[in-house]
Design a protein around this ligand. Structure first.
Ligand SMILES: C[S@@+](CC[C@H](N)C(=O)[O-])C[C@H]1O[C@@H](n2cnc3c(N)ncnc32)[C@H](O)[C@@H]1O
Length: 287
C-alpha cells in the first residue's frame, strides 16, 4: 500500500467520527511518529510503499481513534511548554491552561531570582510531571519536589524527568493523608482534581472514557477538598515570602478566594486564561 492509499483509507475510516481537519491532523501526527515524516515530507512521498508494520500501526491507531481514545495516549507523548512529555492512561493529558499557570510562575519567579540562592518548589498532584519538570527546566536555581497518589503516574513522571534531563524528587503520597510537609517551600503549586460530578455532563466523551477519574473529579459536596488541605499545609510550609499557586475550576473562583482569605492568606490574585476564564490563582501568607 502506498502512503497516498494509506492516507485515503485512514481518512475514510474516520470520516463521520471527527471533522475532516482533525482527521488530517491525526494522520500528520501519526506519520511523524511512525515514519518520521513532517506534513511536507508526507506530501512529497505519497507514492512510496509503506512497510507492513507501519500499516499495522496505523490500523491499530484507527481502531483506537474510533473509540475516541485521545491521540496523545495513542502516541504516548505530547508537548508541554515546549517540552516532550510522555503520557499514559494513568496520567492526565497536560492542558494549555496549565502551561499558562507555569508561564505565570516562571515570569513571577524570574523577577525575584537575583535575591534567592535556591528556590524550593513543591508540585502536588504531579501526574505526568509536566509542571514540576518545566519549572525545573526553566528555573535554573529551583530544587523541585513533586508528589502524586498514583504509583503509575510517578513512574511516567520519572521517565519524563529523564527525557528532559532535569532532576525532580518524585514521591508517591496521598496529599489528603499528610499532616505536615517535610520542609519549607518558596513555591507550592498544584493543579489538583477539581471537576464536580455535576459538571460531568458537559465533558467530552473522550475525556470521560479515557482519562483517569482520580485526576479529575471531586464530589459536589466538597469541591474544594484538595485546595483546603493544600492551603492548610501551606500555612506552615510556605516560606514568609513564598507563593502558593493553583489552577482552579472556572466556576469556583469566588469560593476559592473566600476560603483562602478565611485561612489567613493575603495578596490573593485571580488570573484569567486566554479564553477570559478565571483559571489560576496565587496568594501569599502575609502582605
Ligand atoms: C488534574 S491532575 C493534574 C496532573 C498534572 N499536574 C497536570 O497539570 O497535568 C490531578 C493529579 O492529582 C493526583 N491526585 C489525586 N488525588 C490525589 C491525592 N489524594 N494525593 C496526591 N495526588 C492526588 C492525580 O493522580 C492526578 O495526577
Amino acid at each position: 500500500m502506498t502512503l497516498k492509499e494509506l492516507r485515503s483509507t485512514f481518512t475514510t475510516g474516520l470520516s463521520g467520527n471527527y471533522p475532516a481537519e482533525e482527521i488530517q491532523s491525526f494522520f500528520s501526527w501519526l506519520a511523524e511518529s511512525y515514519l518520521g515524516y513532517s506534513r511536507f515530507e508526507v506530501s512529497m512521498n505519497l507514492n512510496e510503499t509503506v512497510p507492513d508494520e507501519v500499516q499495522t500501526k496505523f490500523s491499530e491507531a484507527l481502531i483506537r481513534l474510533k473509540k475516541h481514545e485521545p491521540i496523545q495516549y495513542i502516541l504516548g507523548e505530547t508537548e508541554f511548554y515546549g517540552l516532550p512529555i510522555r503520557v499514559s492512561p494513568a496520567t492526565l493529558i497536560p492542558r494549555p491552561e496549565t502551561e499558562e499557570l507555569v508561564q505565570w510562575v516562571i515570569g513571577n519567579s524570574r523577577e525575584k531570582l537575583p535575591n534567592l540562592t535556591k528556590l524550593n518548589v513543591l508540585d502536588i498532584g504531579t501526574g505526568s510531571g509536566c509542571i514540576a519538570i518545566s519549572l525545573a527546566k526553566y528555573l535554573k536555581n529551583a530544587s523541585v519536589s513533586a508528589l502524586d497518589i498514583s504509583e503509575e503516574a510517578i513512574v511516567v513522571a520519572k521517565e519524563n524527568a529523564l527525557l528532559n534531563d532535569v532532576a525532580v524528587n518524585f514521591q508517591q503520597a496521598d496529599i489528603l493523608a499528610i499532616k505536615h510537609l517535610p520542609q519549607q517551600y518558596d513555591i507550592i503549586i498544584s493543579n489538583p482534581p477539581y471537576v464536580r460530578e455535576l459538571e460531568k455532563k458537559h465533558m467530552l466523551p473522550n475525556v470521560l472514557a479515557h482519562e483517569p477519574e482520580t485526576a479529575l473529579f471531586v464530589s459536589d459536596k466538597a469541591p474544594l477538598l484538595f485546595y483546603e488541605q493544600i492551603a492548610a499545609l501551606a500555612t506552615t510550609s510556605l516560606t514568609p515570602s513564598g507563593t502558593l499557586y493553583f489552577e482552579i475550576n472556572e466556576y469556583l473562583s469566588e469560593e476559592m478566594h473566600q476560603m483562602l482569605q478565611e485561612k489567613g492568606f493575603a495578596e490573593i490574585e485571580l488570573k484569567k486564561d486566554l479564553f477570559g476564564k478565571f483559571r489560576m490563582l496565587k496568594c501569599k501568607l502575609t502582605s
